[in-house]
Design a protein around this ligand. Structure first.
Ligand code: NAD
Length: 310
């Protein structure tokens, strides 16, 4: 199967490596020159759950790959999705399946501008990854990768992709309700990520603040209203707040979530596709999301103070 990874940064490199190890014909795509050069000269140097390896893999810019693909995994940041879809249009044929596992909300609408629903597969992943230097990455976790077909007639195709993920050690799972999983994950990112970035606090420090409960309830309540209005998804606010509190108690207190790392490394954040998306959805329905608006404003203000271009 010819597979392209559209955006081979942290997570894309990890997925590409696992699929390549399973014998798939994988091409890594990115536009970062030093990264491309390092991978082509020295191979992809990757540490997966503590085990180091170097894989001889091909990496190039999207425009340099010419043939249509069978399967494309998109792994840009949310704000790069649309320009990536423009850049890979020539790789998408009548039957090219495209999988989108980005964090954030609203991506299915963007994909629908470029693809027929029968070729769109939305999902979430619990794997984590980081880029240490050009060509050097780490990838960790035990999955799962949940995904579902956008077209109800494409269950078989989705299950085939899930099987490829399973064979590649990525713990694919067919989801009966990927909208629910996506909104639930967005709640995690819209609370822990955004608050950690604003307060410059790790998760232990964040969850020790006297206002954590009030902040979690306020944010998750706005997410749950938006989920119902936009996708008819029912989120249980108490269950999610309980889950968030439990996750932190389970030994990840020293962790700084990715939005904190984006700010620390002077990179734009995905806030417009999390709390910012909730503001827009509620606004479209004549409602207000005061808490998510304040959080989005604070993150953008922080980007401005640090001179981060959006
Ligand atoms: P990343 O910034 O490391 O990788 C994105 C890559 O896409 C970059 O290397 C960039 O150069 C490339 N890119 C963007 N637009 C491009 C274009 N038009 N042409 C060519 N290359 C292009 O990001 P990441 O950490 O891998 O995250 C990807 C997505 O996965 C995000 O939505 C993130 O929230 C989500 N996610 C990340 C993790 C994690 O641990 N890193 C975990 C779960 C979900």
């Amino acid at each position: 199967m010819k597979i392209a990874i559209a955006g081979s940064g942290a997570l894309g490199s990890g997925f590409g490596y696992q699929l390549h190890k399973n014998g798939e014909d994988v091409t890594l795509l990115d536009y970062w020159e030093e990264h491309i050069q390092a991978v082509n000269e020295k191979g992809l140097q990757i540490t997966v759950n503590g085990i180091e390896d170097t894989a001889k893999m091909e990496m190039m810019k999207p425009a340099e790959l010419e043939e249509e693909m069978d399967l494309i995994f998109i792994f840009t940041k949310s704000m790069g999705l649309e320009s990536m879809l423009e850049d890979i249009k020539h790789l998408i044929g009548e039957n090219t399946k495209v999988v989108c596992l980005l964090n954030g909300l609203g991506h299915a609408r963007t994909l629908e501008k470029y693809l027929e629903p029968k070729n769109i597969f939305m999902g979430t992943t619990m794997w984590t990854a980081g880029l240490d230097a050009p060509g050097v990455t780490h990838f960790q976790g035990e999955g799962p990768v949940e995904l579902q077909n956008s077209d109800p007639n494409e269950v078989k195709a989705a299950k085939e992709i899930v099987e490829v993920l399973q064979e590649s050690g990525l713990y694919g799972v067919y989801s009966e309700n990927v909208d629910y999983t996506t909104w639930r994950k967005a709640c995690v990112n819209g609370t822990m990520n955004a608050l950690s970035a604003i307060l410059d606090a790790n998760l232990a420090e964040l969850f020790e603040t006297s206002t954590i409960n009030s902040m979690l309830y306020s944010i998750v309540t706005e997410f749950s209203l938006a989920a119902k209005l936009e996708d008819d998804v029912d989120l249980d606010v108490d269950e999610i707040v309980g889950y968030l509190t439990g996750v932190t108690a389970a030994n990840i207190g020293a962790h700084y979530p990715s939005m904190h790392q984006d700010i620390a490394n002077r990179r734009p954040t995905e806030i417009d596709f999390l709390n910012g998306a909730v503001v827009e959805i509620l606004h479209e329905h004549g409602e207000e999301a005061k808490y998510c608006q304040a959080i989005t404003d604070l993150i953008h203000a922080k980007e401005d103070v640090l001179g981060i271009e959006r």
